[in-house]
Design a protein around this ligand. Structure first.
Ligand SMILES: Cc1cc2nc3c(=O)[nH]c(=O)nc-3n(C[C@H](O)[C@H](O)[C@H](O)COP(=O)(O)OP(=O)(O)OC[C@H]3O[C@@H](n4cnc5c(N)ncnc54)[C@H](O)[C@@H]3O)c2cc1C
Length: 690
């Protein structure tokens, strides 16, 4: 049994969240098509209450802004509901010899397609991001000197990861929400933005659906006018059928696209092993695989298959690669070749495609691999053996090794009804993160003045990102956008609602038309079509020549969604129409970018392997090259630009934006640059939106 007392394990897994009460806000009304809709006003409107949105709200409030948070679900996004064995926060190393921000920035952006100024900003900003969270009480583990304990994670050769356990980001939300409540920031829970409002080329607020009022004549529609809007709505988790996001993560990528904001790097996402959404979506990274469980599949007849033995040449190679999925968790096209760790993902995908269910069993050690050698803790690659030795985890069974190294990982599944001590876990490879999103400048300001994007809705990552960099980017973005909107002036909105009537009426019309329609698109059919297309034609194993036909189908569906429209039977479905209109647009945008990338000769990179009959690379298993499976190699020249899209109301305009460079840091000096800080010039100069 674990040496850590049960109440400590409970506190880190069964994380109670503070109670968020709906604010009673003064409201005007505006008359739209004969219906009176409430109009609220604020200075900074934060849309979404995940870790990124809460950080932005708290920072803006501390600067004296009139902040309002609206949120579809106060603790319903990925920050509050997702995790892994040790959910990771990736920041500059703060122990031993410290860190090198330039090197950290290079590592953050090493996959390419990432603006170099942003990578450096995230590197430097990670110190403040981390310290702020510690100040608010985030229980990050430390040694007795106060240095934060670290380990190595994905795309991280140094060991810059830290964690509070499986629920780091939920704990981040907890301490940030407690601070938001201390600062008396008002919340409108169950209030979902569905349209960005614009006036004179600026973002001036949103139309939202307030679920508390959805039975009223306006079906819950309300107008929120703001001096600045911060989109912090998370990733488009519902885009894929095979997804490890919690349910109901729609994000606002499609809403931003519809409003004409530039979006970028939409070709880039993350996929990796996790338990399925049909049961309990959770990442199986880190210790889950580092304890070397037995991975097998079961076919329709109930026969078990030790399928990884068909891929790797020896038991040692097999188990060492399973181990490496711990810190090489996301699928990476290059790691499929040369018997690397992503061959595990490919093998799992092929088992699933053959109709078999894949399991991870902590009660059994791996079965012998192709060379027949029995599994032995003495016969492991050096890095694997060293890790287990260092952590004093040379126990006989995987479950005992897990108890030793990470009892919280067991607790977590127990809490969700699965006892790893008595049953195996079914799992697969799923979509987990969108690296692209709304294009922002170095202050997280989007192409629409007055509108910011932070957290996963923001497209600041490149092709790859170190594990934990998503949470860090959200915190850094929250701090920086708050500073910028404060410096830019963010008074409580005084825009006349009358000037926005047409835009608001268009949203109301979408709802009333769908409610009145006898025929039209059904929400469930649109969802199934989009999710199947994205998982089957734009997943991590992607048939190159299937993308163009998939794009044509996505265009046709989007066209129907925006013109013919939906038919719904009840007001509770009004929000669904907007969600799926937006996801139809977002799905088309991803496929448009991917189609362009392929047509320009793009190859397998990051989380997507492009498969084609004329692909120059084969992937070997111990039986030789996989028949009929050839991949197109990456062209490194593509790492130097981002594919950026803008919706013009009927089509996407596409451009290849060179990645922003960072100015020479050796030319920055105290006296020379102090005035730029004092006068606020740093918020205006030097960084330009592409
Ligand atoms: C299984 C899993 C494990 C992960 N592990 C890691 C990890 O170890 N390290 C790491 O860095 N990252 C990890 N990630 C990614 C990371 O968790 C997310 O990128 C991050 O939590 C996103 O935070 P956010 O604040 O942007 O969005 P979220 O936390 O998703 O919050 C979005 C908020 O917006 C609200 N919302 C959505 N749409 C609207 C709307 N239209 N109007 C109003 N409100 C809206 C939601 O209800 C929610 O409150 C993981 C993701 C998954 C799925």
């Amino acid at each position: 049994m674990s040496s850590v007392p049960q109440q400590i394990l409970d506190a880190l897994t069964r994380v109670e969240m503070p109670k968020v009460v709906r604010a009673e806000l003064p409201a005007d009304t505006m008359e739209v098509a004969g219906t009176a809709l409430p109009v609220y006003r604020c200075g900074a409107l934060v849309v979404g209450s995940g870790a990124a949105g809460l950080r932005a709200a708290v920072e803006a409030k501390r600067l004296g802004e009139d902040v309002l948070i609206i949120t579809m679900s106060p603790f319903g996004g990925t920050s509050a509901c997702s995790g892994s064995d040790k959910q990771t926060l990736h920041t500059a190393g703060t122990g031993r010899h410290g860190d090198d921000f330039v090197k950290l920035a290079a590592d953050i952006g090493s996959g390419g397609c990432m603006d170099q100024d942003t990578a450096y900003i995230e590197a430097v900003g990670s110190i403040n991001a981390l310290a702020g969270l510690q100040y608010l009480g985030l229980p990050l583990p430390q040694d007795r000197f106060g240095a934060v304990l670290r380990y190595q994670t994905d795309h991280d050769d140094v060991g810059r990861a830290t964690s509070c356990g499986p629920r780091t980001s939920r704990l981040m939300c907890k301490v940030l929400a407690e601070e938001a409540l201390r600062l008396q920031i008002p919340f409108l829970p169950k209030c979902e933005a569905v349209k960005i409002l614009q006036h004179d080329g600026r973002c001036v607020g949103v139309v939202a659906i307030d679920q508390n009022r959805r039975d009223e004549p306006g079906h819950g529609l309300c107008v929120i006018l703001a001096g600045a809007v911060v989109l912090a709505t998370g990733g488009p988790g519902e885009l894929y059928r095979d997804s490890v996001y919690p349910k109901h993560c729609y994000g606002s990528l499609g809403m931003a696209i519809e409003a004409g904001l530039a979006v970028t790097n939409l070709t880039e996402s993350q996929f990796g092993i996790g338990t399925r959404r049909t049961e309990f979506p959770w990442n199986l990274s880190g210790t889950y695989v580092q304890v070397l469980p037995y991975i097998y599949s079961v076919d329709a007849d109930g026969t078990e298959h030790n399928f990884l033995a068909d891929y790797y040449r020896t038991t040692r190679e097999l188990v060492s690669n399973v181990f490496r999925k711990g810190y090489q968790w996301p699928f990476h096209a290059q790691r499929m070749v040369d018997f690397g760790s992503s061959l595990v993902d490919l093998a799992i995908q092929r088992e699933s495609a053959a109709g078999r269910t894949v399991y991870m069993d902590f009660l059994r050690n791996p079965e012998p691999g192709a060379n027949g050698a029995a599994f032995s803790l003495e016969d492991l690659d050096d890095d694997v053996r060293e890790y287990l030795v260092n952590n004093e985890a040379l126990h006989e069974l995987p479950i005992a090794r897990l108890e030793r190294m990470n009892p919280l990982a067991i607790e977590l599944y127990k809490m969700h009804g699965t006892d790893l001590r008595s049953q195996p876990l079914p799992f697969n490879v799923s979509n987990q993160h969108m690296n692209g999103g709304v294009a922002v400048d170095s202050w997280f300001h989007s192409s629409l003045p007055g509108c910011y994007a932070v957290g996963e809705v923001c497209g600041s990552h490149g092709v790859t990102r170190p594990g934990g960099a998503a949470l860090n980017a959200g915190q850094v973005g929250g701090v920086r956008c708050a500073r910028h909107l404060h410096e830019a002036g963010c008074a409580t909105s005084s825009v006349s609602a009358d000037t926005l009537r047409e835009q608001v009426a268009a949203s109301l019309n979408v709802a009333t038309t769908a409610l009145a329609a006898d025929t039209g698109l059904q929400v469930s059919a649109v969802r199934d079509a989009i999710q199947a297309r994205m998982s089957d034609q734009a997943g991590f194993i992607c048939e190159r020549d299937a993308v163009a036909p998939a794009l044509a189908e996505a265009q046709s569906l989007r066209d129907q969604a925006l013109t013919t429209g939906f038919a719904i039977g009840r007001p509770s479905q009004v929000a669904d129409i907007f969600r799926w209109r937006h996801l139809a647009l977002a799905s088309e945008a991803v496929l448009t970018a991917l189609d362009h990338y392929i047509r320009s000769g793009g190859g397998s990179r990051g989380a997507r392997a492009l498969v084609a009959a004329d692909g120059a690379l084969s992937v070997d298993t111990r039986h030789g090259a996989i028949e009929g499976f050839r991949i197109v190699p990456e062209n490194p020249a593509h790492q130097q630009h981002k594919i950026t899209l803008r919706w013009n109301g009927s089509d996407f305009a596409l451009s290849e934006e060179p990645i922003r460079q960072r100015e020479d840091l050796n030319n920055i000096f105290f006296e020379k640059h102090w005035p730029a800080y004092l006068t606020g010039a740093i918020y205006r100069d030097g960084f330009k939106h592409n």
